[in-house]
Design a protein around this ligand. Structure first.
Ligand code: FAD
Length: 406
């Protein structure tokens, strides 16, 4: 006989673990199914903005992570065609930026911190979900090892290639015609970068550097590409050579950082999004199933908000489910099912426009910053530079609220 679980979460990434931890803080147990045999801690640093720190505080991991990660104090942009600065924003300056908190976090540190706060039986590794089936008020969750779980609630936090999003009727995310090369660099005796995010635009490419702590930095380079970068994909040496040849006028310390990068620390990825109209028209939830994180709203990394939005999703989803399942002991199965469906609908309603806004803003910002037309370049570097540089902060001002509706 199949086991019955109240809440099954597919995927132990940022979205899945934050949802599980939010529920745990409300005294609600969930089971997280993860296809890998451990936490997938690969990947570099994430820029975590004010909205992410609010969500991390809400689930109770903010303070321990603050102690381990330096704060960034500004964002500087410059033209890589002219080499001249275009905008600078101080995060701690008086005015609209006051109160912002931006730090870089290793993805690994965030996932391990979330996982360590959960009861030990919450995550089940080597458990790949392959299909989903209806069974009355329950969902049957089929795993690749042939086992089946029955779930009262099924939450897809299974990333860009989500099986749950597919079940809900979403198409595969679309390639946006750009790719990104990223890398991290370690300096044994410390680096020379100020604690700021630096970005350079021009000649159809975009590059930048973010110091993650006193000894390591992360750089990125986005460029127009076809859906396959076959020549480079297999060769980090070619990636590095390609970047060095296209950088334009950037500061010497960034060029030196790229030259110094170890080849096994360079990664190339295609940029994909869920088109904003699919977010508006699609089923973020259907019956007792919903999606969160990249499974819901894959976006370009231009405003550094994918992981932050996954944290927000986790808090909102835990709150909506917490409300739905309050006093569930006195409910019939039918009443419980109806309340779960309504809870997930509230979550979808609360998150739809936020996801739409984040995907659209990231896409447009990336498009303008990477453009190579004379008019757009003029607008980007002379007219709109401060406005564009401020957009990530505008997106970061969001507050996803607390775990209990007041
Ligand atoms: C180049 C780049 C730079 C970025 N920079 C930033 C940044 O600076 N700041 C920021 O906030 N975000 C950034 N992001 C986005 C961020 O990395 C993602 O939005 C975030 O990791 C999404 O988390 P998630 O939990 O939704 O998905 P994932 O991290 O993809 O986790 C999904 C999990 O589900 C598991 N899984 C998948 N399928 C199944 C299955 N069938 N059964 C069981 N388990 C399954 C996977 O193994 C994985 O562990 C960046 C992304 C990219 C590509």
């Amino acid at each position: 006989m199949e086991a019955i679980e109240d809440i099954v979460i597919v995927g132990a990434g940022i979205a899945g673990l934050t949802t599980a931890l939010g529920l745990h803080r409300l005294g609600i147990r969930s089971l997280v199914l993860e296809s890998s045999d451990g936490l997938r801690t690969t990947g570099f640093i994430l820029t975590t903005w004010t909205n992410a720190w609010r969500a991390m505080d809400t689930v109770g991991i903010g303070d321990s992570l603050r102690q381990q990660n330096n704060q960034l104090f500004g964002l500087q942009t410059a033209s890589s065609s002219s080499g001249l600065p275009t905008a600078e924003i101080q995060f701690d300056a008086l005015g609209t930026q006051r109160g912002h908190e931006i730090r870089c976090l290793q993805r690994r540190t965030m996932l391990e911190t979330l996982a360590n706060e959960l009861p030990s039986s919450t995550i089940r590794y080597s458990s790949k979900v392959v299909s989903i089936e209806e069974s009355g008020y329950l969902k049957l969750v089929h795993l690749s090892d042939g086992s089946v779980l029955k779930a009262k609630v099924l939450i897809g936090c299974d990333g860009v290639n989500s099986a749950v999003a597919k079940w809900l009727g979403f198409k595969k995310p679309s390639f946006v015609g750009r790719s990104i090369i990223r890398a991290s660099v370690y300096y044994e005796h410390g680096h020379s970068f100020e604690p700021k995010s630096f970005r350079y635009f021009g000649e159809g490419v975009r590059s930048g550097v973010i110091p993650s702590d006193d000894k390591s930095i992360c750089w990125f380079f986005t460029f127009p590409s076809s859906s396959k970068n076959e020549e480079m994909e297999e060769s980090p040496a070619k990636m590095k050579q390609f970047v060095l040849g296209k950088l334009g006028k950037i500061p010497d310390n960034l060029r030196a950082a790229i030259e110094k990068t170890e080849l096994d620390n360079i990664v190339l990825s295609q940029l994909k999004i869920r088109p904003p109209w699919e977010i508006l028209l699609g089923n973020i939830s259907k019956t007792n199933v919903c999606v969160a994180g990249d499974a819901f709203h894959p976006m370009t990394p231009d405003i550094g908000q994918g992981g932050c939005a996954a944290l927000e999703d986790g808090v909102v989803l835990a709150r909506c489910l917490g409300e739905a399942l309050r006093d569930k002991q006195c409910m019939s199965s039918e009443e419980e099912y109806k309340r779960i469906v309504r809870g997930l609908q509230s979550y979808a309603k609360e998150r739809r426009w936020r996801a739409f806004e984040l995907i659209s803003t990231g896409y447009l910002l990336g498009y303008i910053q990477q453009s190579n037309g004379r008019v757009l370049n003029f607008l980007r570097d002379r007219v709109l530079a401060t406005f564009l540089a401020g957009l990530p902060l505008k997106m970061a001002s969001y507050d996803c609220g607390k775990l209990r509706a007041s």
